[in-house]
Design a protein around this ligand. Structure first.
Ligand SMILES: NC(=O)C1=CN([C@@H]2O[C@H](COP(=O)(O)OP(=O)(O)OC[C@H]3O[C@@H](n4cnc5c(N)ncnc54)[C@H](OP(=O)(O)O)[C@@H]3O)[C@@H](O)[C@H]2O)[C@@H](O)CC1
Ligand SMILES: Nc1ncnc2c1ncn2[C@@H]1O[C@H](COP(=O)(O)OP(=O)(O)O)[C@@H](O)[C@H]1O
Ligand SMILES: [Mg+2]
Length: 277
């Protein structure tokens, strides 16, 4: 019987990472976000900005060059490379300590080439957060993920495509069996998102609200996750903290605002994270 853990504010008390006096930007990760084709540039902006605002030390966005000006004008802290330039992408993969791939990447042949290149070149010790279009590309092309630190962040339809389990049948026993087979951590997003560990515990996030049901919410989660993983002692703790923080910040906004706009969620993270520390 797999153990279920309810994750709320009390459960995470004392577990939030604090910045140390003798630290520098390199102490808080070099996050590489590979996201945003010419149609979905916003997904790349949201994911990379979320990583910056959640405390990632250095953040590079590999994206379609048509997004460069918009990225510079929204989050000047983000560094940029062309995701189709494999020489630049290869260099970025050598220095990255955490990689996000998929938000707004699209399903074009070029997107698939980028995904395959990253899966081939990524250092096996580097956590890889796989979201959005990257999940669909993996499902469509039946790509077997052997990366030891892969973390999937599907919404219910993406999970259906990846696992073959219809949304109406997405119950813990069936989900857990598929996670065991995938041998990767899966963050299954919905109301009270669940984190499944292969052959391990299942966590339920006791936070979140329907104001989050708006395009871009999941893109923001990837950046928050990357930054919290970068700052945490263990991969599994970083995943729990990041997933909870995303919904917890959203709940503060939803108290006074009818919809949780993803860019506003990002702006609130530094203050709320400081309060939690
Ligand atoms: N600003 C930007 O750049 C943005 C860019 N984005 C990027 O766009 C890419 C495509 O991602 P996507 O999620 O929009 O599309 P897709 O994967 O086809 O899913 C939609 C289909 O699934 C169904 N569905 C059923 N249950 C569901 C559930 N719980 N949650 C969600 N959907 C559910 C749903 O059913 P329907 O609504 O038709 O009833 C529909 O048929 C991806 O890379 C993403 O990162 C977005 O982040 C938006 C902001
Ligand atoms: N009704 C809801 N209640 C709580 N959380 C929700 C609800 N609807 C969506 N969310 C959250 O919003 C996010 C949506 O992710 P996703 O569908 O990938 O968005 P996008 O791809 O548009 O960025 C997830 O974190 C999910 O848990
Ligand atoms: Mg998404």
């Amino acid at each position: 019987m797999i153990q279920l853990i309810n994750v709320d504010k009390n459960y995470l008390n004392g577990k939030w990472p604090k910045r140390q006096n003798n630290s520098y930007k390199g102490s808080y990760g070099h996050i590489l976000v590979i996201a945003g084709n010419s149609q979905y540039g916003g997904a790349g902006i949201l994911a990379s900005s979320a990583a910056v605002y959640s405390g990632g030390g250095l953040v590079t966005l590999a994206t379609d060059p048509s997004n460069f000006t918009a990225v510079h004008s929204t989050t000047a802290e983000v560094m940029l490379i062309n995701f189709m330039d494999f020489s630049e992408l290869g260099n970025a993969l050598k220095t990255a300590t955490i990689v996000v791939i998929g938000p707004g990447l699209g399903l074009a042949a070029e997107s698939l080439r980028i995904l395959r290149y990253v899966l081939e070149k990524i250092n096996p010790v580097v956590p890889l957060i796989i979201d959005g279009s990257a999940i669909d590309l993996i499902a469509d092309n039946q790509i077997k993920i052997t990366h030891p630190k892969a973390i999937f962040t599907p919404h219910q339809m993406e999970w259906q495509r990846l696992s073959g389990i219809k949304i109406s049948n997405q119950l813990p026993v069936a989900n857990q069996a598929m996670v065991d087979q995938l041998d990767s951590i899966v963050i299954l997003k919905h109301f009270q998102t669940e984190i499944y560990h292969p052959h391990g515990e299942r966590q339920k996030i006791i936070a979140g609200n329907p104001g989050m049901a708006t395009g871009g919410s999941g893109d923001v989660l990837t950046g928050i996750l990357a930054a919290l993983i970068a700052q945490s002692d263990s991969l599994s703790l970083g995943i729990t903290l990041g997933t909870f923080l995303h919904s917890f910040v959203a709940d503060q906004i939803y108290e006074t605002e009818s919809v949780v706009l993803p860019h506003r969620l990002i702006q609130q993270v530094p203050k709320i994270l400081k309060d939690l520390q």
